[in-house]
Design a protein around this ligand. Structure first.
Ligand code: FEO
Ligand code: CA
Ligand code: CA
Ligand code: CA
Length: 665
């Protein structure tokens, strides 16, 4: 299958371009001049505490600074830093253990067969751990216990890499999918989705529990409901589902969230990649699909399943790009796609309960020049009645962010009938606004960002961190205050400050926490804290986690471009308070070709779970001892088994401290 449009990148460009490539052609005015006005005075960050206080005071209330200093004194990072580098295995700070918890193909359900890489079947895969583990969430057992030794691990399986999964085939999207078969496609579909895995800590080590009562696989075929304002709309109806309320499966689940009522949010990211075919020129969805890059032609599923061919089933792609809510405590429950939270390439969906009880969920739309969103529920969270929170995410307001050069930001409501979101612009109802969230946000003149990935609130400080991973296509004259670098190869992190910790507020302050890249290279135009060591800087922040002390940890996804920093992806601790603000320290590193995902801490902060995905794949040819593209027969590494009969396997890793204790000191 070839494509005739520059918008429709192949998966070959996925993480260099498609995940990155702008679908937004409506970028706003040049704010470069204003940026320069805001910038020079803020360059003194590296000079330490006095300078930091002076600089930060531009946007941060004094009481916040005082409490920051106090918190900084209470929990410094004291672990021994590891070094930048790349090789065939993982590395963790001295004094810590990083143990493999579960690998692609390991049994999840009771009747699952052992993994046989040369005799894979879809039936087996549907019972085994899926591919490319990304988000990892913890739902403690029993529910509400805060237990740090028994839990349901909720893990997303974002996508598949056929060239290292299956024997004797090359990467298929680059060559027209000649070797794909219905059975291989069925295995791919079963390797997507998510896993709910009962885990326990025994004698200081984590393991999958023998009790598999709650274990579950969710795949690209699992029956799901659609709820919220877009449910039942004509644009969501298909031949298989004339109700527009039932859909099979979830796609490209990247990051996500765990709600306070113990549900698991799976964010659908690059859903466009699963569709192929062509709409007629005058089809009413042409403008909508172009804005999302549908069809992406990354996979060949449309050859065997009409629903993935937009010529045959033109509405199916409108049923993806949502956030899915799953109750991990009820393995028989039906997952629900919550349309009120918008349709875009959701990186994640991280909730916090606001002071007034409303649920606020921060979300990034991961593409170059796309936007930052938050959803604010209409109803209030009831901590005493779990069932009462069941449909909280169906009603509320979705907002998109506009950043101004004076250090303020505004949340613009995406509400039908308000401003330009009217029939005159093709929005007949709130359902239309949500189905075409991106186009609605374009009309509100939201700020086009440098690829928003994880957005996570800090429950201790109420700051909100925004990972902006990179944007190679931001051209000269197109920088703005919040995205200040043209050709931003290394990304940056914003810190948002809601007024008085009110996450429901319409206006926040914002600041740049770090600008990534090598601080020893002036041409990178970085901004780091003064305590950043030669291994403490990084590029392309993607996921993050806040531990229960309120400390920030950042993981990276450099894709094919890891060689620009000379280090594999990893986990860095990043100071946000006091004199060390903006200083990084490297804690963990992945094997060659892999990406670092899923950081999450147990309630006692004594375990950090991380997910290592697409092992041996990205930039393997730049890894000197190997120097070529990986294949099943000849991968850059066979991590984590190092068994000549085993391909590399995406895996979840449990990091603990020798002899126990809090991660990071
Ligand atoms: Fe799937 Fe935006 O990373
Ligand atoms: Ca990500
Ligand atoms: Ca996160
Ligand atoms: Ca990524």
């Amino acid at each position: 299958m070839t494509t005739d449009s520059d918008e429709f990148a192949t998966r070959a460009e996925a993480f260099e371009a498609s995940e990155n490539r702008p679908a937004n052609s409506s970028t706003t005015a040049n704010l470069g001049d204003v940026v320069q006005a805001r910038y020079p005075s803020r360059r003194s960050l590296l000079r330490g505490m006095t300078a930091v206080a002076a600089v930060t005071a531009i946007t941060t209330p004094l009481e916040t600074l005082v409490s920051r200093a106090a918190r900084a004194a209470s929990a410094p990072f004291t672990f021994a830093e590891i070094e930048h580098g790349i090789d065939e295995t993982h590395h963790v700070s001295e004094g810590y253990d990083a143990d493999i918890l579960i690998r692609w193909g390991d049994p999840v359900l009771a009747d699952a067969p052992e993994f046989e890489p040369s005799a894979q079947t879809a039936a087996a895969q549907a019972l085994q751990f899926g591919y490319n583990n990304d988000f990892v969430g913890i739902a403690p057992l029993p529910f509400g216990s805060g237990n740090s030794t028994r839990a349901l691990l909720c893990v997303n399986h974002e996508y598949t890499n056929e060239e290292v999964m299956f024997p004797e085939i090359r990467r298929q999207d680059e060559i027209g999918f000649p070797d794909m078969t219905p059975e291989l496609v069925a295995i791919e579909m079963a390797a997507h989705g998510g896993t709910i895995l009962q885990v326990e800590k025994f004698a200081g080590k984590w393991r999958p529990a023998r009790d598999r009562t709650y274990n579950r696989r969710i795949t690209a075929d699992t029956p799901m409901q659609i709820s919220g304002p877009a449910a039942g709309h004509d644009r969501l109806k298909t031949k298989a589902d004339p109700t527009g309320r039932q859909v099979r499966g979830t796609l490209n689940n990247c990051a996500g969230g765990i709600t306070p009522w113990g549900t698991y949010l799976m964010a659908e990211e690059n859903f466009h990649g699963y569709f192929w075919g062509k709409l007629s020129r005058f089809h009413p969805e042409v403008r909508n699909y172009k804005r999302y890059g549908v069809p992406g032609n990354w996979y060949v599923w449309g050859r065997y399943h009409d629903r993935f061919d937009i010529a045959k089933e033109p509405n199916e792609a409108n049923r993806f790009g949502w956030v899915v809510e799953v109750d991990p405590y009820d393995p028989a429950s039906t997952p629900v796609k919550r349309t009120a939270m918008g349709r875009f390439k959701h990186e994640g969906a991280h909730p916090i309960i606001n002071g007034d009880g409303r649920v606020v969920i921060y979300q990034g739309d991961d593409q170059q020049f796309d936007y930052l969103y938050k959803f604010v529920s209409e109803g209030r969270y009831d901590p005493n009645n779990r069932a009462a929170n069941r449909d909280l995410l169906d009603r509320g307001t979705l907002y998109v962010a506009r950043f101004d050069a004076d250090g303020t930001m505004s949340w613009l409501p995406l509400v039908h009938g308000r401003g330009p979101l009217t029939l005159a612009n093709g929005f007949a109802s709130q359902a239309d606004v949500l189905i075409e969230t991106r186009r609605a946000a374009d009309l509100l003149e939201a700020t086009p960002m440098d690829r928003p990935e994880d957005v996570e609130p800090n429950p201790v400080t109420n700051a909100v961190y925004v990972m902006l991973t990179n944007n190679s296509r931001r051209k000269t004259g197109k920088a703005d205050a919040a995205n200040p670098r043209t050709r931003n190869m290394f990304g940056h992190i914003l810190e948002l400050t809601p007024p008085d910790g009110d996450h429901g507020a319409k206006t926040y302050r914002w600041d740049i926490l770090v600008m990534c890249g090598d601080p020893s290279k002036p041409e990178h135009r970085t901004r780091w804290g003064s305590a950043t060591s030669e291994n403490g800087w990084f590029g392309s922040p993607d996921n993050c986690a806040v531990d229960h002390q309120g400390r920030l940890w950042v993981t990276t996804d450099q894709g094919e471009r890891w060689a620009r920093t000379g280090t594999a992806d990893g986990v860095w601790a990043l100071e946000t308070e006091g004199s060390g603000r903006g200083s990084g320290r490297m804690f963990f590193r992945v094997p060659v070709g892999a990406e670092m995902c899923g950081p999450v801490f147990t309630p006692d902060d004594q375990t950090l779970f991380v997910a290592v995905q697409h092992v041996a794949v990205d930039g393997a040819k730049d890894y000197k001892p190997f120097g070529k593209v990986s294949s099943f027969a000849d991968p850059a590494t066979r991590w984590p088994d190092f068994d000549p009969k085993m391909p590399p396997r995406p895996s979840v890793v449990a990091i603990t401290r020798n002899g126990g204790g809090r991660i990071g000191g």
